[in-house]
Write a protein that binds this ligand. Structure first.
Ligand code: NAG
Ligand code: NAG
Ligand code: NAG
Ligand code: NAG
Ligand code: NAG
Ligand code: NAG
Ligand code: NAG
Ligand code: NAG
Ligand code: NAG
Ligand code: NAG
Length: 397
């Protein structure tokens, strides 16, 4: 069948119009902070303008976008953007948000909090800079006990955070608390390797979290997964410097922990303290199970594989019987170098032993002067397959 040129042209125009209508319907109205009197000069506090913009955006029923335009710098102190909103909201962050360059709070607060916002997308090429330097110094001098978190999401459902850049947070960079259905993609985090407690992404009481294509260089955990969390995938991301990807610490002060179904795959770690780690305190209870650590590259990592049921950072913990039960942890295709001869450490308690540990094709060599790596295994049951170096000896299968 031959379609006349005129009709083809009409069809193309119709399709273009339909596509435009659809994308307009998806994106809805745009509310720029500039229209709500933000200064964007980097020195006037724009918190009020942001709150007013959010108020208008959140009350719009047709998938609006809050715009933080590029080429400008917005000084913000503590601000909380509350939901629920009338419809899905996009926050387009193309500009730069900076925190005040002085010690600006003394009670617990975050720089930017989204609370009870569902169906939220935060996207853009912009960045949030926490000006953390003064806070780290203050903390190291034992003066600042509470420090602001850069970007916090609490009580949310269906969140997507894309492309943005987080930098120099006074404390953790991004936290998820009671969040469900979260996607974090192509987010970068940068803070110096010696900046205290500057976790990249930290989550608790959250589920169905998918982190991909991220690059995290900080002074603490790259990703930290705490109790109440399940169904997490971290993939295709890079870590280091920092402390690696950690589950825990769990079971502090005799608490009951629950963490289930965690996957870390296709990631590389460079000069981190641990690679992948599960840590719990003595005296806790509950369980942590269903771990898959697969296709991981380690470069100069101190402890590439680490399970520790005796976590005690101050080194002053009394011996206790209870422990968070750790089971079903698979380590598959993990290769590279360890800066410490002890490349694999699996230390489980005598009263609550570890079960179902599986290692398959693990090859960790030493980057230091000692050529030989070793594994220390205590009270753990498990199996091995393929080639495993260093040699591992479990209590049984
Ligand atoms: C929030 O928006 C509503 C209308 O949607 C308006 O009546 C109210 O004044 C606004 N509040 C602030 C603080 O801007
Ligand atoms: C999640 O949010 C996106 C964008 O905000 C929206 O298109 C989608 O329908 C939401 N999904 C659910 C299950 O609510
Ligand atoms: C999320 O958005 C979807 C689609 O607009 C809507 O059906 C759903 O009710 C929203 N979910 C929440 C929790 O607001
Ligand atoms: C995300 O933001 C980038 C520009 O910063 C833009 O190109 C892209 O279309 C946005 N994606 C979505 C899904 O909004
Ligand atoms: C990732 O984010 C950066 C910074 O926003 C952006 O330049 C780049 O295009 C993004 N990559 C993709 C694949 O979207
Ligand atoms: C990760 O990045 C790749 C390449 O830029 C892209 O194809 C893929 O869709 C991204 N993953 C997600 C979940 O967006
Ligand atoms: C992983 O990241 C690389 C490089 O950024 C990209 O080419 C690839 O498509 C990504 N894969 C996935 C599954 O996201
Ligand atoms: C990891 O990479 C492998 C091989 O490139 C791919 O088959 C697998 O789907 C990836 N895993 C995830 C969770 O993206
Ligand atoms: C790990 O290194 C090998 C060899 O250099 C490479 O083929 C593979 O893609 C790397 N995998 C990741 C997850 O970086
Ligand atoms: C383990 O890695 C070392 C260093 O990369 C390499 O020389 C050795 O052949 C590898 N062993 C196996 C069994 O792949």
């Amino acid at each position: 069948m031959r379609i006349p040129a005129q009709r083809t042209f009409f069809l193309v125009v119709l399709l273009l119009v339909l596509a435009a209508v659809e994308s307009a319907a998806q994106q809805g109205k745009r509310y720029s902070v500039m229209d709500f009197h933000a200064a964007g000069d980097g020195s006037t506090d724009d918190a009020k303008a942001f709150a007013a913009t959010w108020n208008a955006t959140c009350g719009d029923s047709y998938s609006p976008t809050m715009v933080i335009p590029g080429g400008k710098t917005f000084l913000l102190s503590q601000i909380r953007l509350d939901g629920p909103c009338k419809s899905p909201v996009t926050v387009e962050l193309d500009g730069k948000i900076v925190a005040p360059n002085f010690i600006w709070m003394t009670a617990a607060a975050n720089l930017l909090t989204f609370y009870r916002v569902n169906n939220l997308t935060v996207n853009g090429s912009g960045q949030i800079d926490g000006n953390g330097d003064i806070w780290w110094t203050c903390f190291n001098q034992k003066k600042c006990h509470v420090r602001p978190i850069l970007l916090a999401f609490a009580s949310c459902n269906n969140l997507s955070v894309k492309n943005i850049h987080l930098k120099d947070s006074p404390d953790k960079h991004m936290t998820l608390f009671r969040c469900s259905q979260v996607q974090v993609n192509n987010v970068s985090v940068r803070a110096p390797g010696d900046s205290p407690n500057t976790d990249g992404i930290n989550m608790a009481f959250s589920d169905h979290v998918y982190i991909s294509n991220c690059s995290i260089q900080t002074g603490d955990d790259c990703v930290s997964i705490l109790s109440g969390t399940s169904d997490v995938i971290v993939t295709n991301s890079t870590c280091g410097p920092g402390h690696g990807i950690s589950v825990g610490s769990l079971g502090a002060d005799g608490t009951t922990a629950l963490v289930e179904r965690i996957t870390v795959s296709n990631c590389s770690f460079s000069k981190t303290m641990t690679g992948v780690r599960i840590k719990s305190w003595q005296g806790g209870s509950g369980k942590a199970n269903g771990f898959l650590f697969e296709n991981l590259n380690m470069t100069d990592v101190q402890f590439p594989i680490d399970i520790d049921q005796f976590y005690c950072p101050q080194g002053n913990c009394p011996q206790q019987d209870g422990a968070v039960a750790i089971s079903d942890a698979k380590f598959i295709n993990i290769q590279g170098t360890s800066s410490n001869p002890e490349a694999i450490q699996i230390l489980c308690s005598k009263s609550v032993q570890c079960h179902g540990i599986y290692l398959y094709n693990v090859n960790l060599t030493c980057s230091g002067h000692t050529p030989q790596t070793r594994a220390t295994i205590l009270n753990a049951y498990g199996t091995i397959g393929g080639t495993v170096n260093p040699q591992v000896q479990f209590l049984g299968a």
